[in-house]
Design a protein around this ligand. Structure first.
Ligand SMILES: Nc1ncnc2c1ncn2[C@@H]1O[C@H](COP(=O)(O)OP(=O)(O)OP(=O)(O)O)[C@@H](O)[C@H]1O
Length: 268
């Protein structure tokens, strides 16, 4: 699939959120979309999924079946979990009995069995997100688009996300996933697209690229935010250590980096 010279803005006279974006993703590939809040990651994913239509440019070779998991599952619909998912399975082309079986399997797998009879508006945010994930996976998608899929999920389901991604890749699907919290570490083989100033650049780092280690001190209360920001900007966070612990010298080469240098952030 290719986004070919895609431009997008939300209002006719508004500024362009995406400007001349040209990216491709192939079968069996996963790309993580990184960037600061508000930079256009969701917008890019929605164009890829076909939810938004570009103002200029086009999307070509989008797989026929797209699984789309929005950042916030729209739970303001008057259905129970089972009714909603069965309806979505039918829309996706499954016969009634196959739809029922698939919904049972996915609700079991995602820990939703106890919620089958619960109406969507009554679900917690995390449980609603699981319904969103189930909905996207009811039939194996040729393109799975996940907008901040780790947001609001419990630990067990967060661990399941890479598994689901691997399953889509194994059936020849492509996966796009945004991540501003640094969960990307869970997808070590992923390509990395960074959105900034309306454009998307792909990191072309190879394993033998020279690396440098930068030690950064931050107030203890702000560690989580600083780590998330560094990761969102594409840096590897090697380790977080308390200030009292003495620093070892920075690694001179990538091999030493792999050995675990006590730096908070590593700049590329
Ligand atoms: N429906 C909309 N109408 C108007 N402007 C919008 C709409 N959705 C997003 N925008 C604007 O487009 C820009 C990009 O938003 P987008 O949600 O794509 O960013 P993001 O990188 O996904 O942010 P975050 O990390 O906070 O999820 C922002 O300036 C946002 O305010």
């Amino acid at each position: 699939m290719r986004l070919e010279n895609v431009w997008l803005r939300y209002h006719r006279r508004g500024s362009w959120v995406l400007r001349d974006v040209d990216v491709r993703i192939g079968p069996g590939e996963v790309a993580v979309v990184l960037g600061r809040n508000g930079v256009g990651k969701s917008t890019l994913l929605q164009v890829a999924a076909g939810v938004l239509r570009p103002g200029r440019g086009r999307v070509i070779d989008r797989p026929a079946r797209v699984g789309w998991v929005p950042e916030r599952f729209p739970a303001d619909q008057p259905f129970t979990v089972a009714r909603y998912l069965t309806g979505m399975a039918r829309v996706a082309g499954l016969a009634r009995s196959a739809a029922d079986e698939t919904v049972t399997a996915w609700t079991d797998r995602l820990g939703l069995a106890a919620f089958r009879g619960v109406r969507l508006p009554e679900l917690s945010k995390g449980t609603a997100q699981k319904v969103g994930l189930a909905q996207a996976m009811l039939r194996p998608p040729g393109l799975l688009v996940l907008d901040e899929p780790w947001e609001g999920l419990d630990a067990a389901t967060r661990d399941l996300v890479p598994e689901l991604i691997d399953e889509v890749l194994a059936t020849g699907g492509a996966v796009l996933v945004s991540d501003h919290r640094g969960e990307t570490v869970r997808l070590p083989g992923a390509r990395r697209w960074t959105v900034a100033d309306g454009t998307v650049t792909e990191e072309t780092s190879s394993g033998d690229e020279a690396m440098a280690v930068v030690e950064v001190a931050v107030p203890a209360a702000r560690v989580a935010g600083a780590v998330a920001r560094l990761r969102a900007e594409g840096h590897q966070v090697l380790r977080v250590r308390p200030e009292a612990e003495p620093a070892r010298p920075p690694a001179p080469d990538p091999a030493a980096v792999d050995g675990g240098v006590p730096a908070v952030g590593e700049a590329r």
